[in-house]
Design a protein around this ligand. Sequence first.
Ligand SMILES: [Zn+2]
Length: 320
Amino acid sequence: MTTPADPTPPIRRRGLLMGTGAAALAATATAGGIAAAQENDAESEAAPKVRLRWLGTNAWEFTTDKATVLIDPWVSRFPTGAYTSEGADPETDIEVHEDVVDEHLPKADTILVTHGHWDHIADVPYLAEQTGATVLGTETHLNLLRAMEAPEAQLSQLVGGELYQFDGYTVEVFRSSHSASGEHKQILFGGTRPGAVPKRPKKIKDLIEGGSLTYLLDFGGVSFFNAGSASFHEPEIAGIRPTAVFVQPGGKHTPAYVERLLEATGFPPYVIATHWDDFDKPLTEPAVAGGDVEALRERVAAASPDSEFLLIDHLESHDF
Ligand SMILES: [Zn+2]
């Protein structure tokens, strides 16, 4: 685990307008009376501790004393050849290793889905069932999850632009696009499934991208911006000032992906490498780089020299 540091986050755009986290809860706490409100006010003065843990790919767990939030929680890791020269075999059968999910992801209150690819959502139906978590995603993501028997009552459909209050944190949602690949700038397993639940996805090619979303997860003093692939919509996220932003290798079709992302997010105090491991390799061993993470580190250092670059290994944590 890396050493906790004083994040001293810059002033948050939205915090001034409406308050977030404990302060917002205190402001709306009518049933609890004055004593409870004062208690909440006292709590709001200190930034909450957030423990961030990496589960490989773009799978992240955020834990506070109140809640567990997951982004793209996928730990089953069946081999696909994604990091070979041939790329992932579209005919690979989807596997859900329930024992592995149980071991590494025992709790969740909220699950944020960035897009529909297998390495982001294949474990979500089982995980939602086990934990009772609220699952946020696009109509297509939710239809894919429904087709894999995710519990309907827990699914929350997004279009981008939402700002939701949860117990001790807010989630703001932004429209985005998946990074493109190849000569013709195509999206791997692209497409949508609106309107109706498709037949059950069996192979990884059945888990289509289904639109992409990015998220600002704000614990009231400590906040994180995550995109599931190496792309983002700059006008959508204008003015956000997270404590930490996630960056990943790739994005060669996204001009100045790293540099523009860091500028758009106000050169955050922390920049965290994500989705950099070869996910055909075991989660229980140190990560094997699938992308050039050292080149990423150098790019971040050049573009934002005052940011701390965090390279968190498999199953390791950093406290904010
Ligand atoms: Zn993807």
